[in-house]
Write a protein that binds this ligand. Sequence first.
Ligand SMILES: Cc1cc2nc3c(=O)[nH]c(=O)nc-3n(C[C@H](O)[C@H](O)[C@H](O)COP(=O)(O)O)c2cc1C
Length: 198
Amino acid sequence: MQIDPHALSAQESYQLMTACVLPRPIGWTSTLSVDGAANLAPFSYFGGVSSSPMTVMLSVGRRRGEPKDTAANLLATREAVIHIPHRPLAEAMVATAAEADAQVDEFDLAGLTKAASVKVAPPRVQEAAIAMEAVLSEHLEVGRGPVDLFLLEIVHLHLDEAYLLDGRPDPAKLQAVGRLGGTFYCDTAMPFSVQRPG
Ligand SMILES: Cc1cc2nc3c(=O)[nH]c(=O)nc-3n(C[C@H](O)[C@H](O)[C@H](O)COP(=O)(O)O)c2cc1C
């Protein structure tokens, strides 16, 4: 089957893109509004960009032409905590995607505990095995949406020792959640190893 992406509607493009680019890691992102209201939402247009300094990207679509709360908060306060959800938190993570009013606290909505961060103001999810405190380094508007693309530098990491092997998160223990198309997800419970040549 051959597809010209230019012949697709915005909805068809979204469905095909999210069915082809997979599995996608999820940046479960905590931010604060200028008024101090806590916000938590998942984003799977998310990924690693650079290791030195540790930098990730987060792409936030517009909602009815306006920046989502996460994007508005990042533009105003420039700080976030990005969590990598693991299997026991998958349902809570999806619950925080609810289109809630900016004043609604998604931590409470999903029954999650707030813990203080070390170097940034937004709280972190205490139950998360990986929490990365981050500061905004660049913002770009990309595409026809447009989407708000953020580059964020990691300035502090919290790693739950129960999921570590030799000081780093072990994928099989962690069961990190990836997003597929639609309502489907996968996890890293069964990794396999391939040796590189030479
Ligand atoms: C697993 C998952 C991944 C998501 N990924 C994205 C994404 O990459 N970009 C986006 O704009 N919305 C994404 N969403 C939808 C947002 O989480 C949703 O619009 C949320 O309400 C945004 O919250 P906010 O307005 O508090 O920022 C995703 C939802 C789920 C459940």
